[in-house]
Structures are given as C-alpha cells and as structure tokens.
Design a protein around this ligand. Structure first.
Ligand SMILES: *[C@@H]1O[C@H](CO)[C@@H](O)[C@H](O)[C@H]1NC(C)=O
Ligand SMILES: *[C@@H]1O[C@H](CO)[C@@H](O)[C@H](O)[C@H]1NC(C)=O
Ligand SMILES: *[C@@H]1O[C@H](CO)[C@@H](O)[C@H](O)[C@H]1NC(C)=O
Ligand SMILES: *[C@@H]1O[C@H](CO)[C@@H](O)[C@H](O)[C@H]1NC(C)=O
Ligand SMILES: *[C@@H]1O[C@H](CO)[C@@H](O)[C@H](O)[C@H]1NC(C)=O
Ligand SMILES: *[C@@H]1O[C@H](CO)[C@@H](O)[C@H](O)[C@H]1NC(C)=O
Ligand SMILES: *[C@@H]1O[C@H](CO)[C@@H](O)[C@H](O)[C@H]1NC(C)=O
Length: 785
C-alpha cells in the first residue's frame, strides 16, 4: 500500500508554509519596489470638510497644496489623481517619497499615507459561466422588499442587460438620488441604467497611476471595459445577491430549479466599479476612497464592499486604509457599510475590515447539497458532491495514477493534459489537499476537458466548496474515507475496475448541516483585540447568481461562486430591508440588531460547526453573533447604539493621538484627558483579550420595542469566568428609553488561558438580545514575584 508517509506530509506542510512566506515576501518586495519607484500614489488627508465650503474652491485648494510642492500648476495637474470633496477634504496624487514627506509637513495637511491595493474576495473561479439559477437561502421578506432603499456596491462593475436587473414593476427612482450613470466602453449611461440600476460609475485612475501607462489588465486573457461594465462577473454576482429582481424558473440545466433573487429585490442598485481584471480582480485604495466619496454624495443608504486588502494585512493601515476611512465618513452620514471578512481562514487572526464602524461578514454554507451517485463494479454505491448535469457514464474503467508527475505524486493537481493517454475513456480517482502545490482542481479539469477523460473522483477535505468543472469532465468530491474505500476496491480488482457516475440531483434542507466555510477569515481581531470580528456570518458557499456572459451579445449567465464576497451582499440586502423598516436607525443600531439576534444553531436547530483541521463547534471568532436572521433582527427589542463620538472615543482608547483622529474627524476633535477603555465602547458584544483578575465594563441599551418593557439578564459565563451584571433587571417606560448597566467579570483561572466563550442575554420573554462574550485570562509574573 502506498499511503502518504506522515513525515513526508509534515515536510510538505512545512514547504507550503515556507512558500506562503515567500509569496508574502514577494509581495513585500514588490511593495518595497513600489516605494523605490520614483512615483507612487499617496492619499493626502486634509481633515473634515466644513459645511459651508465651496466644492470648486476645495478642489482649487488641493491643487494649490500640490503645486506648492511640485513647483507649478502644470505639474500639479499632471500628478493629481482625485480630489476628495464629500466625505472629507483631501486628494490622491502621484508623488515621490520626498514630495510626500514635504506635503505632510504643510499646514492644513493632516496625514499622507501611501496607497494600498485590494482584492475581490471570491475563492472560486467565476469564468465558469453558462449556468442557470436558484437562490440558496430563505428568509422571510417583509412586504416592501427594500423598496426605496439604495444599495451602493463597490466592486468590479455590473452586466446591465441581465434579467436580474430588470426594473419591471418598480416605482420611480427615489427623488433624493443625486448619482449619475456614466457612459464608457460598451456602457451607455442612457441605455443601461433603469429604475433598478440607478447609478453606475468607474474609478481606475489610481490603479493606472500605480501601474504606469501600460495597464497589465485588458489582455486577450483578461479582457476589460473602461466603463462600469463588469468583465469579471464578481460585481454582477454580488449585485444580484444584494438586490437582484425576482426572476422565476431559472436553473442550471435542471439543477436546483427555482427563483434567483436578491435579498432586497425592490431595492435600487448603484455600481461603483473600482476593481479591474488582473489576478482575479485588483483594486486601488485611492480609487475605493473616491468611490466612497461619490457614494456618500449620491445618497446611497447601504454600501456593500466585497473587497479586502491583499495579504498580508498591514495593521498600521487598518484604521487608515481606503475602506476604513471611506466607511467612517459614510457611517457618520448614517450609511451602513458592510464588508467581507476576507478569505484567508481558517487560521486565527486573519479577519480584515475590522474597524468597529464596519459590519464585517464571514461566510457559512447552506443546507443544500449536490449528491452525485458513484457505483462501483462490486455493487457498492456511495455519494459524492458535484455539479454534473451531463450524461450518466454507465459502467466504465476506473483508474488511479499510481505514478504521476513527480512534483505532485498522485495529487489531482498533477494531472496533465499532455500525459493523460492512460486515462482516456476512463474515470480517474485522485487525492488532493489544500496544502499541496499546483493549480486549482477547477483549472486542472478545464485543461483536461478535451482529452477524453470522463470524470475525476477527487478525494479531499470534505469541507471544501464545490468545484466548477466542465460538464463533460465532472469533478465528484468525496471524503478521504470514501476515497480510500474506492482505492481499496481498485487495488482488490486484478482485472478492470469499474465505476459509474450518475448526474447530480439537488437536495435542499437536511441532512446537510450548516458550517462556517473553511476559507472564511477568523478572529480574534489582530488590529484591535477587544473589538469582536467578524460580526456576523451569511451564506457564502456555492451561491448561484448572475455573472457576466462570455460574449457581449449575451444577456444572461449564471454561476456558482463561493467567498466572503458572496456572504457580504446577503447581509447588505438584509440591511436594506431593515432600513426600509426603520429609517431612523443608526448604522450601529442596525449592526446591533443583526449581531444580537443571529442564529447560533442552524435554522433546523443543529449545532453549527466551523470547518478547519479539526472541525470544531463554531464560536464568536468564526461567526461573530452567529448566522444572520432577518426576522429577528427586524424586531430586536433592545439595541446597543453608537454615534461618531463613540467611534472617536474608540480611536482615543486605541491610543491614536488627536492628529491621527483628525484624519477621520475635524481638526478640533480631541480625546478626553482620561483615556477611555476600549472595553467600554458600546459594542453589541463583549471581548476581553487580557483579563488579569477582575474588570468592570459598561454598556448602554436602548429600547426599540414596546415602550413599557422589562428585561432580565441571563448569563452563560465563559468557562472559569464569573460574571455579574448591575442592575440585572431593566425597566423601560415612556420616560426611560435608554439604560446603562455594568458587567463585572472575574477570572478564577490561575494561569494564562486561551479564549473561552459565553454570552450575556437580555430577555423580556419575547426578545432575546444576545451578546457574544469572549474572555481570555492573562496571568503575568511581576518583577519581584
Ligand atoms: C481594452 O482593449 C480594447 C481593445 O484593444 C480597447 O478598445 C479598450 O479601450 C481597452 N479597455 C481598457 C480598459 O483599456
Ligand atoms: C420553466 O422552464 C422550462 C424550460 O425552460 C419550461 O419547460 C417550463 O414550462 C417552465 N415552467 C414554468 C412554470 O414557467
Ligand atoms: C451485483 O448485483 C447484481 C444484481 O443485484 C448481481 O447479479 C451481481 O452478481 C452483483 N455483483 C457482484 C460483484 O456482487
Ligand atoms: C506537459 O505540460 C506541462 C505544462 O503544460 C509542462 O510543464 C510539461 O513539461 C509537459 N510534459 C511533457 C511530458 O511534455
Ligand atoms: C501622532 O502620532 C503619530 C503616529 O503615531 C506621530 O507621527 C505624530 O507625531 C503624533 N502627533 C502628535 C501631535 O503627537
Ligand atoms: C483579585 O480581585 C479580588 C477581588 O477584587 C481581590 O480580592 C484579589 O486580591 C485580587 N487578586 C489579585 C492577585 O490581584
Ligand atoms: C419611568 O421609570 C423611571 C425609573 O424607574 C421613573 O423614575 C419614572 O417615573 C417612570 N416614568 C413613568 C412615566 O412611569
């Protein structure tokens, strides 16, 4: 028998980690190279815009500042990329490091930070088109379906002809809308916008400046449109999920017949394209900041951002990067900002977009499977997972690559078209792992599709999301355990081993339990450990939605995609519904409603597991409050509210000085003389990263339910932690609408521990307002002990 030797596996594991580091290093090197490069894009912050400031004047000021350093008006015009005017005052420009430093010393300039690159957050390839549709999650809709709410997406653009963006039955565009529908390559402002897609713009100047004149995108392989048209499919997919119109009877060759629709099918969409077709979608921080600036001005209610910084995340930038800064200004204006947690799980501390004003979304699976029958010649049948709508193979030969390419012995990733003669007309069994090098299984299958190989049976970690393989070469996923059984059969058959693969059926509901996706980035929050991240989870695995078709002439294409990118617009759609129910709620109130009412078991009552090695019960660092539950979020009972003053308090607590804070707020902002504790920020969760002995924190709740209400506290303390709440009964009436309480947390541990999880819930018998609690005890030795 030939098992992978354990020691070998370890060596391979090490190699992979090393190669991950070398990947990281390459990126570090390229960013260092960018620094050395004479011109880089910098973002110059000049503080909060004053209400009475004239926009044209502001722009002129920006040019004057730049001209002071560059020496002339012409040089300034040449270097200027964007003027930011709505959220705050500032600009992006191409500068040398010396010029950037000089500008940072000018009066009126608050901060100069180098631009950063971002990536879209999908793990699956979106080039697998020609699919039809079915919507995987169900949450009951309130009647208005988000009517009147405007969702802005900062993404890769949109395919406007798709049926899911039809405006049939929609009322007029909200009169407060101030956005535009910008024409560009293959995109007509007049023709392509309607009452559903009410705005479309694109931002590429900073990325162009970053790459110089020769754009590395827009090649034959990576076509691109210099307009809001989506060449990648990612933005079309996220837009569909957030607010696609109802389109019935869509299916992918009969798989999963149903209705494709967004979370808020009556909400309006505005696309701000910032990511371009290079490396699956790359975006520049300065472009993103401009998109926020315009979206704030245009009048969107929700901003959905399925983008995160390229790895490694730079902690120095988290509160200052394009997304965090843009989001801060949007939230100050009452706009809810929903961002993806990133796809770098399941390792701890990988969550991004971790500022407390952002609603950060993790990805879960749905209770749906694609069972695909595998029958062996010995009459044994088993089930794999695939998306196979082709013909039943009938009984054919089964083969296994006993000796494959030397680099990837027996790994599916080592299968190559130019050495596949042995497998023609047969089904190939192979093993793979997320730690092995090589192309993705999808890429391998697509490269083999013309060889005459009939199917791959891919044995791997069962938690991986479905592959997108061609219909004439399906990839049927099985667990290692089933893979070993099939291998045992293969080796026991001296003659021809036989196998038969039947087309996939769709199976919704149990018996597939909900899990937190393997790739979904995890807490704790490495930027600010006392702020729980991610906030919430939503479906993000094998989500079917509209994408860009392969030809300009085509209208409709659908694809399955997975990623925190796909989870994010589910939450954005739900936020739109909540907005239409509660126009007066602040972004923090909406976030609180979502976090405190989430499902902590799956909708059928089964526990939620988190994928990883090993699989474990999901906790707050996997899914924040849990899995988003619209019906309960619509009527949460109590909310933990916050305003921009609270966020400033947070920045003070984080040790940002006044100058750093004025990056986000006006110059006059100053921290209180007694530094606030980050533990007291009024979050809907309690996270104590270093409990020494005992600590007391405060929270304030606001009653948003019936005026007269009485709540009592129920604590499920983390292991070894004692929790007492004062007062433990809250009585609301017509004059008392907000009440503060304190929580004393005491550790009985004698040693430093890892995190233990629990919860603090206020209940009036109807509502349950649950705050996840995460506590780590830290015992430090004193110098004299
Ligand atoms: C992409 O290439 C086409 C054809 O060469 C050109 O017309 C188009 O303007 C290019 N788009 C961008 C974004 O550069
Ligand atoms: C759904 O579509 C299929 C194939 O396009 C068609 O045969 C069927 O009649 C349609 N069903 C409904 C209810 O429209
Ligand atoms: C498989 O089952 C069929 C019918 O049930 C039977 O005729 C055949 O002998 C079985 N084959 C083996 C290898 O057990
Ligand atoms: C097969 O193709 C791969 C890349 O496509 C190449 O690296 C390899 O050398 C080729 N092998 C043979 C035997 O031609
Ligand atoms: C504020 O902090 C920044 C970076 O931490 C530092 O460069 C700057 O000098 C500080 N400013 C003041 C006024 O302390
Ligand atoms: C921990 O707190 C308790 C209660 O406040 C106190 O009695 C005890 O001395 C403290 N222990 C240490 C080691 O500080
Ligand atoms: C509401 O409750 C507060 C505190 O318990 C009390 O002082 C106040 O009189 C009550 N108001 C009314 C209208 O009952």
């Amino acid at each position: 028998m030939n098992f992978f030797p354990q020691i070998r596996s370890k060596a391979r594991l090490l190699l992979v980690f090393l190669s991950l580091f070398s990947f990281v290093n390459k990126h570090l090197l390229s960013s260092i190279a960018a620094d050395v490069k004479s011109n880089q894009v910098y973002i110059v912050h000049m503080g909060k815009r004053q209400h009475d400031e004239d926009i044209q004047l502001l722009k002129k000021t920006h040019h004057q500042v730049l001209a002071t350093v560059l020496g002339s008006k012409e040089a300034s015009a040449d270097a200027m990329i964007y003027s930011y005017k709505h959220g705050f005052s500032g600009f992006a420009a191409r500068l040398t490091a010396t010029q950037a430093k000089t500008i940072s010393e000018l009066s009126g300039v608050v901060h100069v930070i180098p631009n950063q690159l971002y990536k879209v957050q999908t793990t699956r390839s979106w080039d697998y088109l020609r699919l039809s549709s079915h919507y995987p999650t169900e949450f009951v809709q309130k009647s208005k379906l988000g009517d009147g709410v405007i969702i802005g997406l900062i993404d890769t653009g949109i395919w406007p002809e798709s049926d899911v963006f039809s405006d049939e039955g929609l009322g007029p565009i909200p009169s407060r809308w101030k956005g535009v529908c910008e024409s560009g390559e293959q995109f007509s402002g007049e023709k392509h916008c309607n009452k559903k897609l009410i705005g479309a713009r694109y931002f590429a100047k900073a990325l162009e400046a970053e790459y110089g004149q020769t754009l590395p995108f827009n090649t034959t392989e990576n076509p691109e449109y210099l307009s809001a048209r989506d060449a990648i499919g990612h933005g079309t997919h996220t837009s569909t999920t957030a607010a696609g119109s109802l389109t019935t009877n869509k299916s992918y060759n009969g798989l999963g017949v149903g209705t494709v629709r967004g979370g808020a099918p009556q909400a309006r969409l505005a696309m701000y394209k910032v990511c371009w077709n290079l490396d699956g979608g790359v975006c520049s921080g300065a472009d993103i900041l401009k998109a926020f600036d315009e979206a704030i001005h245009d009048g969107v209610d929700v901003i959905s951002v399925s983008i995160a910084a390229d790895m490694p995340p730079n902690p120095e930038f988290d509160a200052k990067n394009g997304i965090a800064v843009g989001a801060f200004h949007a939230v100050e204006k009452g706009i809810v900002v929903v961002c993806s947690a990133a796809n770098t799980g399941p390792s701890a501390q990988t969550v991004q977009n971790a500022s407390p004003w952002i609603l950060t979304v993790a990805a879960s699976t749905v209770d749906r499977s694609f069972p695909t029958l595998i029958a062996l010649g010995n009459n044994w049948t088993t089930m794999g997972q695939a998306m196979f709508t082709g013909k039943d193979t009938g009984f054919v030969s089964l083969v296994y690559p006993e000796v494959s390419d030397l680099d990837y012995p027996r790994d599916c990733k080592g299968l190559a078209a130019n050495s596949s003669a042995w497998a023609v007309g047969k089904v190939v069994l192979c093993f793979t792992s997320e730690f092995s090098h090589g192309p993705s299984i999808d890429d391998v299958a697509w490269s083999l599709r013309k060889t005459g190989i009939l199917a791959l049976i891919v044995a791997e970690n069962p938690s991986r999301s479905l592959h997108s393989c061609p219909d004439n070469l399906p990839c049927v996923q099985v667990s290692y355990e089933i893979g070993m059984k099939i291998l045992a059969y293969f080796r026991s058959t001296s003659s021809d081993a036989q196998v038969r693969i039947s087309p996939t059926k769709t199976h919704d509901g149990r018996p597939v339990s909900t899990t937190l996706a393997y790739f979904s980035s995890r807490g704790p929050n490495s930027f600010s450990p006392a702020v729980l991240k991610p906030d919430i989870a939503a479906p993000g695995v094998n989500i079917l939605a509209a994408v860009s078709p392969s030809e300009l002439e085509l209208k409709n294409a659908f694809a399955f995609m997975s990623g925190t990118s796909m989870a994010t617009p589910h939450v954005s759609g739900i936020v739109a519904l909540l907005k239409s129910l509660h126009w007066d709620w602040s972004p923090a109130a909406i976030k609180s409603a979502i976090v405190t009412t989430a499902w902590t078991t799956d909708p059928s009552g089964e526990p939620i597991f988190a994928e990883g090695e090993p699989m474990k019960l999901a906790d707050a660092f996997d899914y924040g409050g849990g899995i988003v539950n619209f019906n309960r979020a619509a009527d949460p009972g109590l909310v933990y509210d916050m305003g921009s003053e609270d966020y400033v308090k947070y920045l003070c607590a984080m040790g940002y000085n006044n100058s750093a804070i004025s990056l986000l707020r006006e110059h006059s902002t100053s921290c209180p003389s007694k530094t606030p504790s980050v533990l007291d920020i009024n979050l809907p969760s309690i996270t104590i990263p270093n409990l020494r002995n005992v600590t007391t924190i405060t929270r304030t709740v606001k009653n948003v339910g019936a005026v007269d209400a009485q709540y009592k506290v129920v604590v499920d303390p983390p292991f070894g932690i004692q929790v007492s709440v004062q007062p433990d009964i809250l009585k609301f009436n017509s004059t008392t609408n907000t009440i503060s309480f304190s929580v004393s947390v005491f550790s009985t541990h004698k040693v430093t521990t890892g995190y233990y999880f629990g919860s603090l819930t206020w209940t009036d018998g109807v509502h349950e307002v649950r705050s996840p609690m995460s506590v780590r005890t830290v015992v430090t030795l004193s110098h004299d002990g």
